[in-house]
Structure formats: structure tokens, C-alpha cells
Design a protein around this ligand. Structure first.
Ligand code: PGA
Length: 240
């Protein structure tokens, strides 16, 4: 048994929250609620954050800008998502890196800002298919994390190979374990054992068990399958 508490993160991306409109807490699917032995966190769109918070869920934002306020049209700051009741924030999801050109420096600044405000950042890293085929996957992940490694406060890290996200082709449990062990090896001594490293990329009801039983896989960051109540429920059950 690992002594790190498993974390299942439901990344709903730019989709409506899979909760009935105006749902009372009693109508919220059980799988999205807090579970004794597993942390379950939902990541709705910004607009759905208030109703998820009101429903009593543990909520994170998919993005937050490091600066507290200012002339950044279309952005939302980490201070704002904290004020809205979020406890977690994704930093550097590959879709943000790709479509919004977020750099390693910006991602590190977001994670540091989140830690300063008492939020839990989940820093996403992962290589593209071209980088993996060139044997550069570890170098890429190391570079993506390098600015955050001296950070003394605890981060959560999500390893999400870009080629596995939304493709139906997950990393094998062996590939995931190999990278997770590598990442753990990069962490400072005082953070090594406590840091949770999640796997993401086509995690689903069929592969959750094999992934979660790997010694260095401490949870899952789930996109598509997290919108399906039954399937996500099965994944939470595996982690329990
Ligand atoms: P996926 O997405 O589970 O749909 O592959 C994972 C993610 O992008 O976090």
C-alpha cells in the first residue's frame, strides 16, 4: 500500500459540468463527491465553478493567471479562482501550452502563485509523440519541471504524455511507472515520498486499475472518461 492518498481529478475541459442544472447536493452523482480514502477533485469551466462549489464538491480551476489582476483580457487570476472557492488549479495543461503558448516560466509562475495563496497546483508535464520517438521524453519532462524543482512546498505533478491525451491510446502501466519513478527521482529529498504524481492521457474504466497499482502512480487526471458518471465512478472505486 502506498502511503500517499490517491487523487482522482476530473478535468471537464470546455464541456458543461455533468451535473443536473440547479442540482441540490442530494442530486450530485456520488462519484464526484469527497470519498473517505480518495481525494476527488472536479475541474469545471470557470462558469460552472460557483455551482460546483455550492454543491459542496472539491473544486479546481483548469487555469489561473499568476498576476492577481490587471489588463489581461479574457484571463482569470489564481486569486480570483481562490476567492470563488477553488482549492486546486491545473498549471500548464498541454492544451494550454499548445493553444495558448504557455511557457515553462509562466507555468512555474502560476504554480508558485497558487502555493503562495494556499491552493494546490497540479503541474502538468509530458512529451509529444515526436519527442518520445526521438528518445527525448525524460529530457522534456525534466525541462518542464526544472524551474519548480527547488520549490520547497509540495506540488502535485501530472504526467500526461501529449500523444495519449484524448486519443484512446494510454501510456502502458509500465511506461507510466517508468516516467513517474524518473520524476520522483528528480524531486528534492524532503518532497520525494510525499509528492503525488498523477497519470493522465486516455485513462478510463478499463485501464485505471493497472495504472493505479503501479508503485509511483498516485492518482489519475481524467478527461473524457470523467464526464461519464458510471465510468468515473468505476475509476474512483478502483482507487478506494
Ligand atoms: P483524456 O484527457 O483523459 O481525455 O485523455 C486527459 C487530460 O487532458 O487531462
Amino acid at each position: 500500500m502506498k502511503d500517499r492518498r490517491p487523487l482522482l481529478a476530473a478535468n471537464w475541459k470546455m464541456n458543461p459540468a455533468p451535473l443536473p442544472m440547479g442540482a441540490s447536493p442530494g442530486q450530485i452523482p456520488e462519484c464526484y463527491k469527497a470519498h473517505g480514502a480518495v481525494d476527488v477533485v472536479v475541474f469545471p469551466s470557470f462558469l460552472d465553478i460557483p455551482r460546483c462549489v455550492a454543491a459542496g464538491l472539491s473544486v479546481g480551476a483548469q487555469y489561473g493567471r499568476a498576476e492577481p489582476s490587471g489588463a489581461f483580457t479574457g484571463d482569470v487570476s489564481i486569486a480570483m479562482i481562490k476567492a470563488a472557492g477553488c482549492r486546486y488549479v491545473l498549471c500548464g495543461h498541454s492544451e494550454r501550452r499548445r493553444y495558448h503558448k504557455e511557457t515553462d516560466d509562466e507555468v512555474a509562475a502560476q504554480a508558485v502563485a497558487a502555493l503562495e495563496l494556499g491552493l494546490h497546483p497540479i503541474v502538468c508535464v509530458g512529451e509529444t509523440l515526436t519527442e518520445r520517438e526521438a528518445g527525448k521524453e525524460k529530457a522534456v519532462v525534466k525541462r518542464q519541471l526544472s524551474r519548480l524543482l527547488p520549490q520547497s512546498k509540495l506540488l502535485t505533478i501530472a504526467y500526461e504524455p501529449v500523444w495519449a491525451i484524448g486519443t484512446g491510446k494510454n501510456a502502458t502501466p509500465k511506461e507510466a511507472q517508468e516516467m513517474h519513478a524518473y520524476i520522483r527521482g528528480l524531486l528534492p529529498r524532503e518532497a520525494k515520498n510525499e509528492t503525488r504524481i498523477l497519470y493522465g492521457g486516455s485513462a478510463n474504466g478499463l485501464n485505471a486499475k493497472d495504472l493505479l497499482t503501479q508503485p509511483d502512480v498516485d492518482g489519475l487526471l481524467v478527461g473524457g472518461a470523467s464526464l461519464k458518471v458510471k465510468e468515473f465512478g468505476d475509476m474512483v472505486a478502483v482507487a478506494l
